[in-house]
Structures are given as C-alpha cells and as structure tokens.
Design a protein around this ligand. Structure first.
Ligand code: PLP
Length: 358
C-alpha cells in the first residue's frame, strides 16, 4: 500500500526543542503522524502521513468502552556520521500483531508497518536529538473505532504512529531503583493478557504502583499470580538477576511481556561469554542469595532505559540492599554495549540495526 504524505504547513509546524537535557519523556511530539484505517470487508485503507492532529471519535467508539487498545514503543537513534537507526523494529511489529491477535484486533501488514516507521522517521529527521542517549521515541498504537456498544470484536480500527524526542535516561548517571515486592496485587495471570502490550495491563498495574510510590519505592516487583512465589517483572520492565556466575531471568510462559531489550540482553550476554539462564526464580532464592552474598547485581530492562539497576528490594517488611545500592559492572557493561549497537558505534554481529535513509 502506498503511503500518501501530506506535509504540515509552516504555520502547523512546532518549534523544536533547543536543549536536549530538558526533553524528559513523552511531552513533546513531532509535526506529523501516520494513520491507517481498517474496516471489515474493505481491509486497511487510506495510509497517510499528515500533520499531527487531534483524533475525532464517536463517544461509542469501542476502545473507550471495552478496551481494545494496544501499543508499542521503540526508538530512532541519531548515530555515527549523523546516520539514523531503528533498533530491531521487526520485533515490535511482530509483537504488535501478537497483541492484536490476542485482543481480536486486525493484523497489520509487516511491510506497511515498517514502511510507515521509516517514512515518518525520515520526514521528522530534524526532530531526532543529536545528544548520545537522547532519541526519537516512537509510539505505534491501535484502537477500536467502531461506534457500537454491543460487546464483540470491533470491525473498525485506527492504527496510528506518533513520535517525539526524549532525553537520555541517565543524563546525570545511573540511579539504582528501590523496588517493592507486591504480594497483594498481581500484574498478570496464566491465560490472561500479560504477554501482550495492552493498555488495560497498564491500567490494572497503577494501583500497586501507587502504593509502592507512597511507601517510597520506585517500582513494583511483580510475583506470579498463582503462588506469589516466582519473580515475574518490575513495573513495566523485565528483570535480571546476576547470581553466582549466571545471569538469570524468568522464562516467557504467557504472563511476562517478551521485551525486545530482554531478548537483546540475553543474546548479547551469551555472545559476550556470560552464562544466561531463563528459569523460574523464587523470590525466596533472591533473598537468600542476597544474604549469602551470591547475588551480585539486579537490573530491569526495557527500551526506555535499556537497563535500570536495582539497588534495594523491600520484601515482607524488610529491606535488602543489592551491591551496596550501587550500579554493578555487568549492568553498566551491557548498557554501554547496547548503546554502542543502537547508535552505530560498534559492529553489529546480530543485524539488529536498521538504517533509515533520510
Ligand atoms: C514494554 C514492556 C516491557 C519492555 O519491553 P521492551 O520491548 O524491552 O521495551 C516489559 N514489560 C512490560 C510489562 C512492558 O509493557
């Protein structure tokens, strides 16, 4: 499908931020957006990049009532020699389609999706920050737009992609997080939607997050819903523990989001000769290995921060400090290696980088 491009007029264009250190996350968006509509019988139609605008929805649009809403998050990087790269976009494209399948939403053609990402990024190239660590965050989203209140999979959808510059996550160095183990609330149950990037998962996680924040913690450490025994994720990130000489992360069994960064860290660490293990990891084992000194590091992983070191865990009214509350060498090394890959400063044995011609 051809993507029609309607450029913003000079009056519609917004001032670009002058100071990359003030960008923050998710506050500024570029001048254009990609949209394509789906209707049962017609299929996807009217693919276009046009000026960023407000959406118009009928009050009965089904996404507003029954939650058919999924999204993705990836970044474009301005790297070596001013080249522009995406990092493993096909992973996000496939995950979006897996999310769509689980919520009975329409499948998007992979080639159209990739084309839309590249064309939008190319058109907005002047919005991509030049500071290393800063990037252009891209948010593909699909919503059910059919106006109807009967409960059924909608037969009309809107898929859109917006983008905005975001600052370096660690502009002033790593700051290890304090995480709170929730035994009262769960993020996902077997058979549920924990493995997809659905807006509803986020809504369901807010209450426990608020409790953690009120108690002075950065994030919730989620345990499995059935036994409250095994580690699952941290906030909206995957989690790794470096115990003995093994880098351990919980396996993907339907309740954990299959993070692109999780997968990248597993592959990269193995490539660098580190022993990686995907296995169920009981919270009690984490606590006992902190006590015995076997647990050297813990860090969360995700597109936003790459890695986010964990300095403290709160579990059953006790606080446990990891690595003296400081960032460990493994987290730091993986962080640096991934950034080198994303920005094109390191050879890419995995073919993860996708260059965007602009
Ligand atoms: C998006 C997300 C992640 C991280 O996925 P990446 O692809 O690595 O950014 C982890 N957990 C949850 C719940 C998420 O929504």
């Amino acid at each position: 499908m051809e993507i029609q491009i309607i450029r913003a007029t000079p009056e519609q264009m917004k001032p670009k931020p002058q100071d990359d250190s003030q960008l923050g996350f998710g506050k500024i968006f570029t001048d254009h957006m990609f949209t394509v509509n789906f209707k049962e019988g017609t299929g996807w139609h009217d693919a276009r990049i046009s000026p960023y605008r407000k959406l118009e929805l009928d009050p009965t649009a089904m996404c507003l009532h029954y939650g058919q809403e999924i999204f993705e998050g990836l970044k474009a990087y301005r790297g070596q020699d001013g080249k522009i790269f995406l990092f493993r976009p096909i992973e996000n494209i496939r995950r979006m389609n897996a999310s769509a399948e689980r919520l009975c939403m329409a499948q998007i053609d992979e080639a159209l999706f990739l084309d839309a990402l590249k064309k939008l990024v190319a058109l907005e190239k002047d919005w991509i920050p030049k500071t290393k660590g800063a990037s252009l965050y891209i948010r593909p989203t699909m919503i059910a737009t059919e106006p109807a209140l009967g409960v059924h999979p909608a037969n009309e959808y809107l898929f859109f992609i917006i983008a905005g510059p975001v600052g370096a996550y660690y502009a002033s160095g790593f700051s290890p997080t304090k995480i709170y183990v929730s035994e009262e609330y769960v993020r996902a149950a077997p058979g549920g939607t924990g493995a997809i990037k659905a807006a509803g998962n986020y809504a369901a996680s807010l209450y426990a997050s608020r409790i953690a924040t009120q108690m002075g913690y950065t994030q919730v450490l989620w345990l499995d819903a059935q036994e409250k025994k095994y580690i699952e994720e941290v906030g909206t990130s995957n989690i790794f523990f470096f115990i003995g000489d093994e880098l351990i992360t919980p396996p993907l069994r339907g309740t954990i989001l299959p993070g692109v960064m999780r997968r990248s860290i597993l592959q990269l660490a193995a490539y660098l000769g580190i022993k990686v293990v995907e296995r169920p990891l009981p919270i009690e084992e984490v606590i006992s290995s902190i006590k015995s000194g076997q647990l050297k590091e813990a860090f969360a992983s995700g597109t936003a921060a790459v890695v986010s070191p964990v300095g403290q865990i709160y579990y059953r009214k006790k606080e446990y400090v990891i690595n003296g509350g400081k960032t460990g060498p493994l987290a730091e090394m993986l962080f640096n290696e991934i950034l080198q890959l994303q920005y094109g400063f390191r050879e890419d044995p995995f073919n993860w980088r996708v260059e965007v011609d602009a």
